[in-house]
Design a binder for this molecule. Structure first.
Ligand code: BGC
Length: 766
């Protein structure tokens, strides 16, 4: 049957046909009167088993939509499936023209006209690229991150997309793992607040045509891959799972995220895609999540390689029974699920539950009312890449920069009369700052540091590359060859550095050296860059090191010798403008590290909220034995979590608790004075940490429990306060539940996790 009525009329008439509405008023006026669940049921009741399973099937874009219809091979099969209504969602199709063409097949040529979801990895911007999520997290600015996600959603939605595979909320403690760039760093509290902000940014309040569904990933434990090697085995305790891994997922679910993605890893010996404890018991059970779970790419099929499923048929059975609702590119469901139901290996109820969840998301997004809601060419043209978005990602980029070191106030640079030499291939690279997950953007579209600095014309700038970071072209656009050998540009760089007032060295990782599948065992400056840095330092130590990277780097030599270090991450399209404004002091940096910078790879995983152990050995000499420390280096990192300087100077004093006893149902207020003792207005992230001194299970030496980003004018003092109640001190206890236990607590407030300013209280439990 060809569809001649608008789609929403059909959807509403389906509902009425199923007796969901007794009044046959105008169908268009009636379209929203039914509760979503009843609309969903009305559609579900019309579906065959094959059509239901089809909704649980997701295909990668398989065909050049503007070319001829595929007639052979896998593409032809997928095309036939689409026409039969056996495709619930597609990924990696973008642009209104293509999305519209495929959606048209789904809603006009299939029996039930059910629209398709179009998913894409809009991880840090779409065409206009925002900073990588780890960088954004360094802003600690929740409103800025919400806005950044809102921009990404608006741009992607204008290009036909209705679903992003973000935010990634995996708490990451191991910088060897390439995907740390994609998350919010090492802290569950900060990660939870950011997860909420990003979900709200993507989804908005009411799913307009500028919002997309969020997908919270990767559920769960993925970032705990052993040895930081992507996809590796995960083996964590229940304590870590509940207290560290799960909180950001829960926060995102509570913020209303419509979908979740499971993960490649196993947990407790069971791959996440086949893990009923995670998907059914925790997410859909305990947390009451009403949306659907998509598998990760091929993760259903990968259960065979894990040694958990015998074959794809078995994998489909395990995944469906475990609550994995949609199959991304394994073809396990479409190939086997109908038979598995007929054989009684998967119950029809489980299929109905999965399909209900998927249809519900389509209703929530408004696709049943208008399947072409996201397909407006004029809007696409007017929206993608618009100036407002560039301004937005620039704002986010500036807020993401962290000033790691600034001896003798080398920064900000003087604007006039200086001879400045800029060195480093990354200073002139228009692709690398776009970072890893920028598949919607074109190469060579980032503003470089050189271009940013060129906006200031009072100084003489000389640029010399010094050495390549990556040699040759990228490998299939996916990876880079790192330059470990070519030092031929060193001499020219050394000579250009001599006599300069300041040398700016832009060094670090290429954008494609981070992200999925890009684990590293050495976290130093890649290739010959460290040698280059030392060679320049010999002739001119007045160096500002601008790092561009997607993970904490191990830079002990630079931290000791280089007077000024700026963490410039992969900041996206407006990268160079943001960095130049910070270097010249037009923007006063306020970023704080969301992940610890180790002293040595041997310390990894290293994080501020570690456990004390029975032999903490704080302050014991390194050579001493029988302490939980190294005999060759200190336990401390180079830069701790929460660290970041400013051109202002902030002094903390007068830390007070309103009462030394916290009773049940009451509150204690913590207050502190923060003084800007400099002559420059600035912003500071005031951080509040807590320590539970003894409990039914061991607790971290410090946990972030609150923070506030405050603007303080030069010379002024602000009083900042935090509130503690039972919720603040709750944790997943030996009783296997979240609870507050009576006992003594310490509180710390300051400008980094290393703050020593402390006070305390007792929770009476009464
Ligand atoms: C990644 C996911 C991503 C998916 C789709 C997988 O390889 O792990 O994070 O969303 O691909 O591109």
């Amino acid at each position: 049957m060809k569809l001649s009525l608008p789609h929403y009329v059909l959807a509403a008439s389906l509902a009425i046909a199923m007796g969901c509405s007794t009044q046959k008023q105008s169908l268009t006026a009636n379209k929203n009167i039914l509760p979503v669940d009843r609309k969903v049921d009305s559609v579900l009741s019309l579906m065959t088993l094959e059509e239901k399973v089809g909704q649980m099937n997701q295909y990668n874009g398989f065909w050049e939509v503007t070319g001829p219809v595929p007639i052979n091979g896998q593409a032809a099969t997928k095309y036939e499936h689409l026409k039969k209504g056996w495709v619930g969602s597609m990924l990696n199709v973008k642009g209104v023209k293509d999305v519209r063409a495929l959606q048209k097949i789904a809603v006009e040529e299939t029996r039930l006209h059910i629209p398709v979801l179009f998913g894409y990895d809009v991880i840090h911007g779409y065409k206009t690229v925002s900073p990588i999520p780890l960088a954004e997290a360094a802003s600690w600015d929740l409103e800025a991150m919400r806005r950044s996600a809102e921009i990404a959603a608006a741009e992607a939605a204008s290009s036909g997309l209705n679903w992003t595979f973000a935010p990634m909320v995996d708490v990451s403690r191991d910088a060897r793992w390439g995907r740390v760039m994609e998350g919010a760093g090492e802290d569950p509290y900060l990660g939870s607040r950011i997860a909420e902000a990003r979900v709200k940014g993507f989804q908005g309040n009411s799913f307009t045509e500028f919002n997309v569904a969020a997908c919270v990933k990767h559920f769960a434990g993925y970032s705990f891959a052993e040895s930081g090697r992507d996809y590796n085995t995960v083996d964590i305790s229940r304590n870590t799972l509940y207290n560290v891994v799960l909180p950001p997922f829960k926060a995102a679910a509570e913020a209303g995220a419509l979908t979740f993605m499971n993960s490649f890893n196993e947990l407790d010996g069971i791959p996440a895609t086949g893990n009923s404890f995670l998907q059914r018991d925790i997410l859909k059970g305990e947390w009451g999540f009403k949306g659907f779970i998509v598998s990760d790419w091929g993760s259903m099929g990968e259960m065979i390689a894990h040694g958990y499923a015998k074959d794809l048929n078995h994998a489909a059975e395990l995944a469906a029974n475990a609550g994995s609702d949609m199959d991304m590119e394994s073809s396990g469901y479409i190939g086997h699920l109908v038979n598995l139901v007929k054989e009684g290996k998967v119950s029809p109820d489980k299929i109905d539950d999965a399909v209900r969840r998927i249809l519900r998301v389509k209703f929530e997004l408004g696709l049943f009312d208008d399947p072409y809601k996201y397909c407006n060419e004029a809007r696409e043209k007017a929206t993608v890449g618009k100036k407002e978005f560039h301004d937005g990602v620039l704002d986010m980029a500036k807020k993401s920069i962290v000033l790691l070191k600034n001896d003798n106030s080398l920064l900000p640079l003087k604007k006039q009369g200086q001879k400045i030499t800029v060195i480093g291939a990354l200073a002139d690279d228009k692709t690398s700052p776009l970072g890893n997950w920028r598949i919607g953007a074109d190469d060579n579209t980032a503003v470089t540091v050189l271009e940013g600095m060129a906006q200031y014309n009072g100084n003489t700038i000389t640029y010399v590359k010094g050495a390549d970071v990556a040699i040759g072209s990228t490998v299939m656009g996916l990876n880079t060859h790192i330059n470990n050998t070519d030092r031929s540009g060193f001499a020219e760089a050394v000579s250009a550095a001599k006599g300069a007032d300041v040398v700016i060295m832009v060094l670090g990782e290429h954008g494609l050296q981070t992200g999925e599948g890009r684990s590293r065992s050495d976290l130093g400056l890649p290739g010959v860059q460290q040698e280059l840095l030392e060679a320049i330092y010999k002739v001119n130590p007045n160096i500002v090191l601008v790092l561009q990277n997607g993970r904490p780097l191990v830079i002990p030599w630079a931290a000791e010798h280089i007077p000024a270090i700026v963490e410039g991450w992969h900041l996206g399209t407006e990268s160079g403008h943001a960095i130049a404004q910070v270097l010249y002091g037009d923007y006063n940096p306020s970023g704080k590290l969301p992940m610890t910078f180790p002293r040595s790879v041997g310390q990894v995983p290293i994080y501020y909220n570690y456990k004390s152990t029975g032999r903490p050995g704080n302050g014991q000499p390194t050579e001493s034995v029988f302490w939980s420390h190294y005999n060759d280096i200190s336990n401390t990192p180079i830069y701790p979590f929460g660290h970041g300087l400013s051109y202002s100077k902030f002094d903390y004093s007068n830390l007070k608790v309103s009462s030394h006893n916290l009773n049940k149902g009451s509150k204690v207020t913590i207050t502190v004075d923060v003084k800007n003792s400099s002559t420059v207005d600035g912003k500071e992230v005031v951080q509040f940490y807590l320590r539970d001194l003894f409990a039914s299970v061991t607790r971290p030496v410090k946990e972030l429990k609150g923070f506030e980003l405050v603007e303080i004018k030069a010379g002024q003092t602000k009083n900042v306060s935090f509130t503690v109640d039972e919720k603040t001190i709750e944790f997943y206890s030996a009783n296997n539940k979240w609870e507050a236990e009576p006992g003594d607590f310490k509180v710390y407030v300051g400008g980094s996790s290393y703050t020593k300013l402390e006070a305390g209280f007792n929770y009476t439990g009464k």
